[in-house]
Design a protein around this ligand. Sequence first.
Ligand code: NAP
Length: 270
Amino acid sequence: MDKRLFVIGDPIAHSLSPLLHNTMARLLGLPYAYAARRVTVEALPAWIREVRREGYAGFNATMPHKLHLMPLVDDLTEQARYFGAVNTVRRDGARLIGHNTDGDGFARMLAEHGWAFAGARVTVLGAGGAAGAIVRKAVQDGAASVTVLNRTVSKAAQLCPGEPTVHAAGLDAPVPPDTDLLINTIPIQAAPDGSILEGLRRDCAVVDILYAPPKTPLLLAAEARGMPAVNGLGMLIHQAILAFRFFTGAEADDAALARALYRAAETGAD
Ligand code: NAP
């Protein structure tokens, strides 16, 4: 069976996924080789033909492909249907199976820190692709409320239409002071600073899904106020672990694997 795996996207040059997946293949003694490939939106149908023709084992997909892949694969897992997006594709014989690890990867990162969506009052900054997965996972896991603050309020309102626990407002609206979990998904060029934390409890956990730089101004401000704060590297690592299992079926000690991947990401070595 073919052992070639890829991550596709545009841009893709700075992806950490090859380092993470090749580290897992080495640690688990599996002969997979994982590489990054730049694929534009226009070239996506040709990429799918190449995967079928060459018989690649599978691939991950990042921006801008997650929605475009939905109609191009042969089948969707329950998670891909629920999240309405595909970020992982596995070849099963002649069929391509589309899957999504965004929400579960994020929830596993939370669990690693002893946090969970269940019963939590959650505020999400931003309403793009990553926020969509996080908000849907928060609803799926039983968050008490999810407030989405976004520059374009209509996009926040569209994330979970008809879901009574989800509320949308503009970025200038205050973060609800009873927030248990504040999650930033706005890219670094426009990312919020510490002023957004005013009025929040000291035990409100702050997650910034960005991981370059490792400590954004928001995380530095949270730490300075004594609030628990983590970046998005764990989300990426736990998604990689879930995707590698989906590709290979290999069972592993996830906590040990995650520790090895944090080390690899920090040193840049597999
Ligand atoms: P996206 O779909 O493009 O969404 C970007 C969001 O940021 C939108 O809500 C957008 O608001 C807002 N935004 C952009 N520029 C803004 C500005 N100048 N002022 C105010 N708001 C602005 O991006 P995404 O896929 O959600 O990714 C978001 C970030 O998360 C990226 O930096 C990405 O690298 C990172 N990420 C990390 C992980 C991980 O594993 N750690 C996973 C996925 C993504 P509008 O709706 O008003 O345009």
